[in-house]
Design a protein around this ligand. Structure first.
Ligand SMILES: [Zn+2]
Length: 261
């Protein structure tokens, strides 16, 4: 669907006061300077708490992505949202777990078992990713755990057999750790194509998250809006209403920025 089409669809919904379902994607919680966090992965913990409170204040119930998708598929997702985290930064997941549990929010954490215990490659040294032994406690505290490939690789650039291996191995290792099926995942960097989607289905995933903003709902390309350190509460409201992308598009078109795509 085109950006303009989405604007009409969500714009009409917004004017009728409906609370459209949404999924937000975060990476971590922290106070890194922009120099230490050039990719904008970290959200200040106070800002995250304020964002949760704002969404709850709007009347949203914040659920795991599997519950969100089940509701979308039934046509009963109005007023539901999902808060998701990619990569499993250890301190951040413990902090997010506590902030979510206090508020009755189910976060979803997408983990790449091949990175367990390592420092995050895009942050200063010391920002450690969860160890395997820390994961069951996060689930026990209320998080939904999903996969994020095994080695955090950009799947579509790999040959199908290697993609298949990444998708299956991550699922198998998380299932061995948790003792139950793991059927949700997020594509690393949000990157996926038709082959990747088919392989995700073949590997047994029922929900797989993309990361490129609001869009048509699809189980294996579930749209998520990324949240960055610069995401204000006003911008968050646009993102949760599915309006952020269309508003940005209109602003850019008005500015006649050459080369916009
Ligand atoms: Zn990631």
């Amino acid at each position: 669907m085109s950006g303009a089409g989405r604007f009409v669809r969500h714009g009409l919904a917004a004017t009728t006061g409906r609370r459209m379902p949404f999924a937000l994607s975060y990476h971590g919680l922290g106070e890194e300077s922009p120099e230490d966090d050039p990719h904008g992965l970290m959200t200040h913990p106070d800002a995250f708490a304020a964002q949760l409170d704002a969404l709850l204040g709007l009347g949203y119930r914040l659920v795991g992505v599997s519950e969100l998708w089940d509701a979308v598929a039934r046509g009963e997702a109005e007023g539901l949202g999902a808060i998701t985290f990619d990569d499993g930064l250890a301190d951040s997941m413990h902090a997010a777990s506590a902030l979510c549990a206090e508020r009755g929010v189910t976060p979803t954490m997408f983990l790449a078992p091949g990175l367990f215990g390592e420092d995050h490659p895009d942050l200063p040294p010391g920002r450690r990713i969860l160890r395997a032994d820390e994961v069951p406690a996060l689930e026990a505290a209320g998080a939904e755990i999903g996969a994020h490939s095994h080695g955090h690789v950009e799947l579509p650039v790999l040959p199908p057999e290697r993609q298949r291996g990444e998708l299956r191995r991550s699922r198998a290792e998380l299932e061995a750790l948790l003792g139950h099926p793991v059927t949700t995942m997020a594509y690393p960097f949000g990157r996926h194509d038709a082959t990747t989607v088919a392989l995700a289905a073949e590997a047994g995933y029922t929900v797989a998250c993309a990361n490129d903003g609001a869009g048509p709902w699809a189980a294996l390309a579930l749209p998520r809006e990324p949240v960055h350190p610069s995401t204000s509460l006003a911008r968050l409201r646009l993102k949760s209403a599915g309006l952020y992308g269309p508003v940005l598009l209109l602003k850019r078109l008005k500015g006649r920025r050459p080369g916009f795509r």
